[in-house]
Design a protein around this ligand. Structure first.
Ligand SMILES: CC(=O)SCCNC(=O)CCNC(=O)[C@H](O)C(C)(C)COP(=O)(O)OP(=O)(O)OC[C@H]1O[C@@H](n2cnc3c(N)ncnc32)[C@H](O)[C@@H]1OP(=O)(O)O
Length: 435
C-alpha cells in the first residue's frame, strides 16, 4: 500500500489547533436535565472564547450525538445557531456510535484536504440524563391510527385494544439494534472468548481511576476541561465526577456481576458509567493556523475505520482499525509514544490488548503474518481511560484526541494512537503527531 499523506493538494497538513470538553458527569448528576444540544453549545462557545477565535472564521462545523434528540435532529446546525457563528456556516451531524467524534473530526479533515474549507470544528455530545423516552410500539401505532379515525366509535375501539402494559414509557436500550445484545452482554462474551479474568478487569479499572485521579491532581486536565454551569444553573462544575479518587482494589472484588448475574465477571466498576458530556476540536489548514498566529497541538497522520459482525465479540474494533491506521501511516506499534484506547469495559480493552499481541489473531483475522504488537503499559492510557472518566458516547473520540496531543506535547512531542470500539462492530483508529 502506498502511504498517502493527509495533506491538502499543496502539501499542507491538517492541524488540530485546540480541543476542549465539558467535565464528564455521571448520569443524573451535575448535567441532569441538560440536553446534548446544550452540552454541545456550551463547549463550542467556550472553545471559541478561550482561544479568542472569531466565530466568523469557522467555515464548517460537524458534530454528533449517539442518543438522538428527535426534536433537534441536526445538533451541528443547532450549535451554529446558538453560538454566534455566521448563519451561513455549513453544519451537519454524523453518527458512528461510540466513535462519533472520530468521524466528525475526519469529516472536517476531509473537507480541509479537499480545499473546501480552511477552518472547522468537530465534536460530539451526549446526555444519558435527557434520553428520548419513548412509548410502546402498540401505543405509538394506536396514536397514529387515532389521527386517522373518523368517528368516536372508531377511536374508542382503537383505545380499547391497549393494555395497561402498553402505557409504560420505554427507555432507549444500550444494545445492538439487529441482535438485541447489550454492550455489557458483549463485554461478557469477550471476557469468556478471550479468557479475561475478573481480577485483571478489576485491576485495569482500578489503574484507570488511579491514573485519572493523579492527572487531575497534577493539573494536567485543567486546560482541556472547561468550567460549566451545573443544573439547575446555580452551581459550577469544573471536574469530572465519575472518577473515584479513593479507588480501592479490594472493594472491586465485592461487586456482583451485572450483565450475567450467574456466571459473569463484568461489574459496574469494570463498565463505563452512563455519562453526560460534550467535547470539541478546532481544526485548520496548517498554513491558515500559521496566518492566524496559532501554534497547533498537532496533526493527523492517518486514520482508519473498520467493521466486523455484531453477534459475537463485536467490541474488537481497535484490533482491526489499529493495524490499518498504522499501515496507512507507514508505522509499527513500537514506533508509537502513546496508545490511547477507549475503555468501554475492562474486558473489552483487555481482550483487544491480548489480540494486539496474538500472532494467531493476526493470521486468522487480519491476514498478517505478525501480531500488531505487544502493548507497553508505560504508553497505554497513561492518564487513565473511559472506565474512570466516563463515556458520553459521541464526546469520547474528541476527548481522546485532545488528551493524547496534550500529553504528547507535555512529554516533548511524538506520535500517538487513539482508538475505539463502537456499536455495530465498528472500529476507529487515528494516528496523531506533534511537530
Ligand atoms: C463501544 C462502547 O463504548 S459500548 C459501552 C456503552 N456503554 C454502556 O453500555 C454503559 C454501561 N454501563 C451501565 O449500563 C451502567 O453504568 C451499569 C449498569 C454498569 C451500572 O449502573 P449503576 O448500577 O447505576 O452503577 P452504580 O454507579 O450505581 O454502581 C453500582 C455499585 O457499584 C459500585 N461501584 C461502581 N464503580 C466502582 C468502583 N470503581 N469501585 C468500587 N465500587 C464501585 C457503586 O458504588 C455501587 O455500589 P452500591 O450499589 O453499594 O451503591
Amino acid at each position: 500500500m502506498t502511504i498517502r499523506k493527509l495533506t491538502t493538494s499543496s502539501g499542507e497538513r491538517i492541524a488540530i489547533v485546540a480541543g476542549l470538553r465539558t467535565p464528564f458527569t455521571k448520569q443524573a448528576t451535575a448535567f441532569h436535565g441538560v440536553p446534548a444540544v446544550d452540552l454541545g453549545k456550551i463547549v463550542v462557545n467556550e472553545l471559541l472564547q478561550k482561544h479568542d477565535i472569531d466565530p466568523a472564521i469557522i467555515d464548517q462545523l460537524v458534530f454528533g450525538q449517539v442518543v438522538q434528540m428527535p426534536e433537534a435532529p441536526n445538533i451541528a446546525r443547532e450549535i451554529v445557531l446558538g453560538t454566534g457563528m455566521k448563519v451561513t456556516t455549513d453544519a451537519y451531524s454524523v453518527s458512528r456510535a461510540c466513535a462519533t467524534s472520530f468521524q466528525s473530526t475526519v469529516n472536517v479533515v476531509e473537507s480541509i484536504m479537499a480545499g473546501h474549507v480552511d477552518v472547522g470544528i468537530a465534536g460530539g455530545a451526549d446526555s444519558s440524563s435527557v434520553a428520548p423516552i419513548g412509548v410502546s410500539k402498540r401505543l405509538a401505532r394506536t396514536l397514529v391510527d387515532l389521527t386517522k379515525a373518523k368517528s368516536l366509535g372508531q377511536k374508542l375501539s382503537l383505545l380499547s385494544r391497549l393494555g395497561f402494559k402498553d402505557l409504560f414509557p420505554v427507555s432507549p436500550a444500550v444494545a445492538e439494534y439487529s441482535t438485541g445484545i447489550s454492550m455489557g452482554e458483549t463485554a461478557e462474551q469477550m471476557a469468556k472468548t478471550y479468557n479475561i479474568s475478573r481480577q485483571d478487569q478489576d485491576a485495569l479499572a482500578h489503574r484507570s481511576h488511579t491514573l485519572a485521579t493523579k492527572s487531575w491532581q497534577d493539573g494536567k486536565l485543567d486546560g482541556e476541561v472547561m468550567t460549566a454551569h451545573a443544573a439547575p444553573y446555580k452551581n459550577f462544575i469544573d471536574k469530572d465526577n465519575c472518577i473515584r479518587e479513593n479507588s480501592d482494589l479490594a472493594s472491586y472484588a465485592k461487586l456482583k456481576p451485572i450483565f450475567d448475574r450467574k456466571h459473569g465477571t463484568v461489574t459496574a466498576a469494570t463498565s463505563t458509567p452512563l455519562t453526560d458530556g460534550g467535547a470539541a476540536i478546532l481544526l485548520m489548514r496548517e498554513g491558515r493556523a500559521k496566518e492566524l498566529g496559532y501554534k497547533p497541538l498537532g496533526y493527523i497522520r492517518s486514520f482508519a475505520f473498520t467493521a466486523i459482525d455484531v453477534w459475537q465479540d463485536m467490541l474488537m474494533g481497535p484490533s482491526y482499525a489499529t493495524p490499518l491506521a498504522l499501515q496507512r501511516a507507514g508505522m509499527n506499534l513500537a514506533d508509537l509514544d502513546l496508545i490511547e484506547m477507549h475503555e468501554a469495559f475492562a474486558a473489552q480493552a483487555l481482550a483487544n490488548m491480548k489480540m494486539f499481541a496474538s500472532t494467531k489473531f493476526a493470521k486468522e483475522h487480519l491476514g498478517r503474518d505478525k501480531a500488531i504488537g505487544e502493548i507497553d503499559m508505560d504508553k497505554f492510557n497513561v492518564m487513565g481511560g473511559s472506565l474512570a472518566y466516563g463515556h458520553p458516547f459521541a464526546a469520547t473520540g474528541a476527548r481522546l484526541i485532545t488528551q493524547t496531543l496534550n500529553e504528547l506535547n507535555r512529554r516533548g512531542g511524538g506520535v500517538g494512537l487513539t482508538t475505539a470500539c463502537a456499536a455495530g462492530g465498528l472500529g476507529a483508529a487515528m494516528i496523531l503527531e506533534t511537530d
